[in-house]
Design a protein around this ligand. Structure first.
Ligand code: LLP
Length: 436
């Protein structure tokens, strides 16, 4: 078992989080249930903030795509982090939380006209411009609104990060950003410098997600600094900020070996400092955008176990009351998770089972071949490290209402997302006249 934050096994042999017995949470809120450990979440925010601060001028942005929620945005603001948003919806959530707009960075490879107008009019700190079309559109919007917008350019440095194919974003053949090799990035810088309503303050890159190889970041940072030097040589322009994205890997499963925030901070900042000296550049402010590493380990999902099916000599399936609707990652990426029977957390794990979801789809499996305590219907399954990209990618497939999300801290629990009802599911359905 891999307990993080405030998780522990209590005197009743039950899993506890935030000082609350998970079986009590289930009695109060039912299942499936997403639970976030406020202390763990805050500790992760601080660990990144402090580690990067210790290495020089920096700003840590929480990548809200990992889990975007009004209460959580408030916590991020309290912890002094900035916010990476990637849509009008995430931006709206930040506004709803009263998040300081100057610390919001707006990403996305196809921001709509409305999203860009919204971003400029609410005063987001930076728009991270992804492509030529956006550059011109944003400039025009700013001229119309008589505004001046600080921007970063998203560069695709062509760094290979060793992670799942679908979540690699820095390689050359990518839908994101201006490609560095071949000169597209330099063209973008020239164009940006000519946009009178835009102020080019920095560069951004993001090489992927769930990465453990620190060298990939180091290499990306070096390439970006080298490009900054080329820009300075050709145009005289110097940058204030270098944002090297997120992607810091976390522990899901044996074999995952996460690095400490201080490891990332030291290596990245040493790389940019060395290159700044080598190329006689100002050291830019170092910006990072961890999502998963901040919220992932702070979240667990609680399910109730229902039916089971044993195929002698093959395997035993047990089914829970959620599945790919609340956690699509195993079906989508083959992601692996660890779990425990929360009400039998101190018992020996003697049963080899596979955990199925309840969706009408054979691929709806949460965990293959895992050892758990002997299982009876009604037992509570706790799946670890579900804070990132679970709720964020959840769906209503099979018309399953989304679970509630609960924040726990110091023995208390608070709803931060209401459980969806059947009424919520039909709320936007509309019956045209001829069908009434
Ligand atoms: N910054 C940018 C520009 C990004 O594209 C991402 C993630 C992040 C920061 C945050 O990355 P993190 O620190 O959370 O790894 N749905 C996939 C992950 C997709 C990540 C997309 N971009 C998954 O469930 O694994």
């Amino acid at each position: 078992m891999h307990l993080t934050g405030t998780m522990r096994i209590n005197g009743f042999g039950n899993l506890e989080i935030g000082g609350v017995d998970t079986t009590k949470l289930v009695e109060q809120y039912q299942t499936p249930l997403w639970v976030i450990d406020e202390t763990g979440f805050r500790e992760n925010c601080r660990a990144f903030r402090d580690a990067f601060q210790a290495c020089g001028d920096s700003l840590v942005l929480y990548a809200s795509k990992a889990l975007c929620n009004t209460a959580l945005c408030k916590i991020v603001a309290e912890e002094g982090l900035g916010l990476d948003v990637v849509s009008g919806g995430e931006l709206f959530t930040a506004m709803n939380a009263g998040f300081p707009m100057e610390k919001v960075y707006f990403h996305g490879n196809n921001k709509s006209l409305r999203e860009l107008q919204m971003a400029v009019s609410v005063g987001v700190g930076r728009v991270v411009v992804d492509n030529f079309h956006e550059l011109q559109t944003l400039n025009r919007i700013c001229l119309e609104l008589e505004a001046r917008q600080d921007i970063l350019l998203r560069i695709t440095p062509g760094v290979e990060a060793h992670t799942h194919e679908f979540i690699k974003t820095g390689q050359i053949d990518s839908k994101f950003g201006f490609t560095l090799p071949g000169g597209q990035a330099m063209d973008a810088v020239r164009d940006a410098l000519e946009c009178e309503a835009l102020r080019l303050v920095g560069l951004h890159c993001h090489i992927g997600s769930q990465i453990f190889e620190i060298e990939s970041f180091e290499h990306a940072a070096e390439l970006m600094m080298q490009f900054m030097a080329e820009v300075k040589a050709l145009t005289g322009h110097e940058f204030d900020e270098l944002d090297i994205g997120g992607g810091f890997g976390i522990y899901y499963f044996p074999g995952d070996e996460p690095r400490q925030p201080s490891d990332w901070a030291k290596v990245a900042s040493a790389a940019i400092e060395a290159k700044a000296v080598q190329y006689s550049l100002r050291r830019p402010r170092l910006i990072v955008e961890p999502g998963r590493a901040i919220i992932g380990p702070a979240g667990i999902t609680l399910y109730t176990i229902g039916s089971s099916k044993e195929i002698p000599g093959i395997r035993k399936y047990i089914a829970v009351d959620g599945g790919m609707t609340d956690n699509p990652r195993p079906a989508l990426y083959g992601s692996k998770y660890l779990a425990v029977i929360a009400n039998k957390a101190s018992q020996k794990t003697t049963e080899l089972v596979s955990v199925a979801g309840k969706c009408c789809e054979s691929g709806d499996m949460l965990i293959w071949d895992t050892k758990l305590a002997p299982i009876e219907p009604g037992d509570i399954l706790a799946v670890f490290a579900t804070g990132a990209y679970n709720y964020a990618m959840s769906s209503n497939y099979n018309r399953l209402p989304r679970p509630a999300m609960i924040l726990v801290k110091d023995g208390k629990s608070y709803t931060i997302l209401k459980r969806e009802t059947y009424q919520d599911l039909v709320r936007n359905d509309f019956v045209p006249e001829h069908l009434k």
